[in-house]
Design a protein around this ligand. Structure first.
Ligand code: ADP
Ligand code: ADP
Ligand code: MG
Length: 452
């Protein structure tokens, strides 16, 4: 492996580029017409324009991306997250073209890509799943619903990014929720298949990072807690979880490894669970890619996950052995989105007039913005990930507050004021939160401004 094409944009494209550089791998960026001025384009050894701003015409155009790899002699493609990263068809097309896909085999992506099928796989591997079932017709949904009881969720089998999910409180709400979820799923994923899950109330989102190689070795790198969410999208993530007994932690890690082994998993992947108030855990899905929040795991374990992905894709064994994986200290990530938290998180694209990034001990910023850069409105609003590490969680929170105060971004609205409120919140500080907590907090703080 000599030259890697990075089939993504923004901070994750830059993150992958850096790992390539450290391995002396040449880099090829791809970009849309809207991304001519993007940092990943400037930083890569070569860059290929692949189409119009709309993702469908560029970052989701697998054929064009493989053609760009051929044109530039790239022998590997790293898909980052989002876009084509979880497309089994794309991974297979890479395999056919003799290009290494930096990710799991197409078969493993396909096995986990249908979330209803993934539930069955989990159950068959002895991993607990949330009570629920598939629905192929409305009356079947009613039958499953009556079996598991309300409240429940209708979820898109092809779902991701928190989309295609609807809460249902009683029988009457069911038909409309099914229709809405199907419509949203069809529009977002081109697949309207649905399934139903019991709503686990007061649950935490805890996920296990796994990593596998082509020799069949699968290791886990412990967990991340991602319970601070808005609209089922993560906003703050940390490692380790502040609220797991050693027994639960070990059981979840073992379950994740078992599941990954069962599908012949290689590369980085994440097994997501809900943990209820009694600390019972339930599988919800597996993301067969690098996760947005992978950095907090890197900070507490010292393992470079992108480096490992590249080595594995080159046919090498994992550098990291299970017995060497240890969690040291505490790391927290704050997602800095170009959104206005005082105006229902409305996207806030525009030119970055001024930029001052935090630094000092234990601070990491993954970003692709720079002063003068124009945040374009076509893609995800994530513009930076501010991560902090410290020996204890308490110190990490203090360091987070200090770093958030140092961060200055002028020209676009960002989620920074909300994060400053969160690091001072009593419930956040004590680690006593669930996936609905942030929205409860936002509802009570209405009209005060997030920085209040
Ligand atoms: P993570 O699980 O890594 O936190 P997110 O849910 O924040 O990831 O998603 C990361 C990015 O990938 C977002 O841009 C999101 O919209 C996108 N994404 C996730 N899953 C899918 C999917 N199945 N199809 C399309 N985009 C997806
Ligand atoms: P996506 O593929 O969009 O990431 P997930 O299935 O991972 O969808 O769910 C996203 C979020 O929705 C979870 O992190 C959690 O907050 C919430 N959620 C999902 N399933 C349930 C459930 N059965 N009960 C309660 N909350 C859930
Ligand atoms: Mg998820």
């Amino acid at each position: 492996m000599r030259r890697v094409l990075i089939a993504n944009r923004s901070e994750i494209a830059v993150r992958v580029l850096r790992a390539c550089r450290e391995l002396d791998l040449a880099t090829v960026a791809v970009y849309s017409e809207a991304d001519r001025e993007a940092l990943h384009v400037r930083e890569a050894d070569e860059a290929v324009m692949i189409g119009k701003a709309k993702a469908r015409d560029s970052y989701l155009n697998g054929e064009r991306i493989i053609a760009a790899a051929r044109e530039t002699g790239a022998d590997a493609i790293h898909p980052g997250y989002g876009f084509i990263s979880e497309s089994a068809g794309f991974a297979a097309a890479c395999e056919d073209a003799g290009i290494a896909f930096v990710g799991p085999p197409a078969s493993a992506i396909a096995a986990m890509g249908d979330k209803a099928a993934a539930r069955r796989l989990a159950r068959d591997s002895g991993v607990p799943v949330v009570p629920g079932g598939e629905v192929t017709a409305g009356d079947e949904a009613l039958r499953v619903a009556e079996e598991i009881g309300f409240p429940l969720l209708v979820k898109a089998a092809a779902g991701g990014g928190g989309r295609g999910i609807r809460t249902v409180r009683d029988t009457e709400e069911l038909p409309q929720a099914l229709a809405e979820a199907a419509r949203e799923a069809e529009a977002a994923f081109g697949d309207a298949s649905l399934y139903v899950e019991k709503l686990v109330e007061g649950a935490r989102h805890v996920e296990v990072q796994v990593m596998g190689d082509s020799e069949g070795r699968v290791v886990h790198l412990f967990e991340r807690e991602c319970s601070l969410q808005r609209r089922r999208q993560k906003l703050v993530e940390e490692a380790p979880s502040p609220a797991l007994t050693p027994q639960t932690r070990a059981a979840m890690a073992a379950a994740a490894v078992r599941l990954a082994e069962g599908v012949g998993y290689t590369s980085a992947g994440t097994v997501e669970f809900l943990v209820d108030r009694d600390e019972l855990f339930y599988f919800i899905e597996m993301n067969t890619r690098l996760q947005v929040e992978h950095g907090v795991t890197e900070m507490v374990t010292g393992v470079d996950l992108v480096r490992e992905q590249l080595l594995v894709a080159a046919g090498q064994p994992l550098e990291v052995a299970q017995e060497d994986v240890r969690v040291d200290g505490s790391a927290i990530e704050f997602r800095i989105n170009a959104e206005d938290p005082d105006n229902e998180f409305f996207p806030s694209p525009g030119t970055i007039e001024e930029l001052e990034l935090p630094g000092g001990p234990g601070v990491r910023v993954d970003t692709a913005i720079y002063a003068g850069y124009r945040v374009v409105p076509f893609y995800d609003s994530l513009i930076a990930k501010l991560m902090v590490w410290a020996p204890t969680r308490e110190q990490a929170l203090r360091r987070g507050r200090r770093a958030l105060r140092e961060l200055r971004i002028e020209g676009v609205k960002t989620t920074t004021p909300l994060h400053l409120r969160l690091v001072d919140d009593e419930r956040v500080r004590s680690g006593d939160v669930h996936t609905g907590y942030l929205e409860e907090l936002l509802a009570t703080g209405e009209g005060e401004g997030v920085a209040a």
